[in-house]
Design a protein around this ligand. Structure first.
Ligand code: LLP
Length: 437
């Protein structure tokens, strides 16, 4: 894990000490090193440029969506992937150019599709037959057009946690390639006067460390496209290979090397395109985790400490599965340091518990730390993706604040939730007196 430490043994994030941030904003606190978000985005864009392949890198905003984040994504030249009205609304509020927004989802509602069409977003990734019917009706009424990609499941199993596998055939997402479903959907769209078929999309999973799954998926998509060109005279302008690039949560994770990925993928794409004389389509990818994951750190204050002699020592922090549900949901593993004692000698292994009423609310089972005392500041690394995005109000804990740090400057970008905000949707119960109103 790479992190900066000053001479006083204080963890530094984007040129500011974690201690200062915690003192200023309180804990738990999500902190993003914006410089790292920018360099992650640039690395993707530059890699494709270097290999001279026309590409679009869309940020999968499900990983972490907020107005400030989407503004940074736009500044860095990323496109955007949204999956709901809420994510689209956030993008519009952030002033994200609509033509660079793509919409996903396996059960897009009529209101989501209407919103996408009304705002003329760049592309809808069509997932199922019902969605084609809904789009057909919406476009008929509005007499407008929309570009689409068809999401297909190429039958590739990426090496990852079962819950986040989406590319295999038995999946709720997309059209199955092998049974002819994808072809049926393609033919429905192909001659449609207002639904404009641009190409294919697949997403084979998340937190993937190997390039082979992406290469296999590319071959599958190209062989389908070649077949459709020969039989239906259709040439795809776009092939979208989804997201899923693995990042480093702990020392054991060997993150996907971007250059190696791009090299292998581009070689594959160029060979396929040359072999079958297929004009090189634009390659789209949609990384979420790899843009923001390692750029995020969560700061917590240690409260109670419970030692079970000879067994383990629990340290409880002022957050938990409400700000990071990934350990409880996926047995995800993280690394942490004591932010104000980074260089102190390690004492022993501790287990970091959250404060929710749930035994499964553990953030880290075993992490080596210096001697931990009450009020110490704990920094958990690589929490930038699917942390705030999956935050919840279990036990009515407030959602934590989010701070951006860059070049020694820090700024609040999401306020800490207030109790008034938490109860704002609650209505008092007016007792009925035997009558129904
Ligand atoms: N594109 C599509 C169509 C997706 O379904 C996803 C993630 C992405 C892109 C972005 O994938 P990424 O590059 O972030 O791996 N909550 C889980 C992850 C669920 C991912 C769902 N789809 C987690 O915390 O690990």
């Amino acid at each position: 894990m790479n992190y900066e430490v000053n001479e006083g043994g204080q963890l530094m994030i984007g040129g500011v000490s974690a201690k200062n941030l915690a003192d200023h904003y309180g804990t738990p606190l999500y902190v993003y090193d914006v410089g790292q978000i920018r360099s992650n985005a640039r690395a993707f864009i530059e890699t494709f440029k270097k290999h001279n392949v026309p590409a679009q890198v869309a940020y999968a905003s499900k990983a972490f969506s907020s107005i400030a984040m989407l503004q940074v994504a736009h500044q860095e030249g990323l496109s955007l992937d949204v999956v709901s009205r809420g994510e689209l609304h956030t993008a519009l509020e952030a002033g994200f150019p609509v033509e660079k927004i793509h919409m996903h989802g396996n059960n897009k509602s009529i209101s989501e599709l209407e919103m996408a069409v009304k705002h003329h977003i760049g592309c809808i990734v069509v997932d199922n037959f019902y969605e084609i019917e809904l789009l057909d009706a919406i476009l008929e009424e509005r007499t407008s057009e929309i570009d689409v990609l068809l999401r297909v499941t190429p039958g590739i199993e990426a090496h990852t946690h079962d819950y986040i596998l989406t590319g295999q055939e038995d999946s709720k997402f997309g059209f199955d390639l092998s049974s002819g479903q994808a072809e049926e959907a393609f033919l429905k769209v192909l001659d449609h006067p207002r639904i404009k078929m641009k190409g294919l999309h697949c997403h084979i999973g998340s937190q993937i460390f190997e390039t082979s799954g992406f290469e296999m998926a590319t071959r599958k998509l190209f062989s389908t496209l070649e077949d459709w060109r020969d039989r239906f005279d259709f040439t795809a302008e776009v092939v979208n290979l989804g997201g899923g690039f693995g990042i480093q949560y702990t020392k054991e994770d060997d993150p996907l090397d971007l250059d190696q990925y791009a090299h292998a993928l581009i070689k594959e794409i160029k060979t396929l395109s040359e072999q079958s004389n297929y004009p090189l389509p634009e390659i789209w990818i949609e990384p979420g985790r790899a843009i923001v994951g390692e750029a995020g750190v969560t700061l917590y204050t240690v409260g109670s400490i419970k030692e079970i002699p000879g067994v383990r020592t629990y340290i409880s922090v002022d957050g938990g599965m409400t700000d990071n549900i990934r350990p409880a949901l996926y047995q995800a593993r993280y690394e942490a340091v004591l932010a104000d004692k980074v260089n102190d000698p390690k004492e022993k292994k501790y287990s970091v518990a959250g404060k929710c009423c749930e035994s499964g609310d553990m953030l880290i089972w075993d992490v080596e730390l210096p001697k931990v005392e009450h009020e110490d500041l704990l920094a958990v690394f690589s929490t930038g993706a699917y942390g705030y995005a999956m935050a919840n109000n279990y036990n009515r804990f407030q959602k934590a604040a989010v701070v951006f740090v860059e070049n020694g400057h820090h700024q609040l970008v999401v306020r800490r939730e207030t109790f008034q905000e938490m109860t704002r949707h609650d209505l008092s119960y007016e007792q009925q007196r035997g009558e129904t109103k």
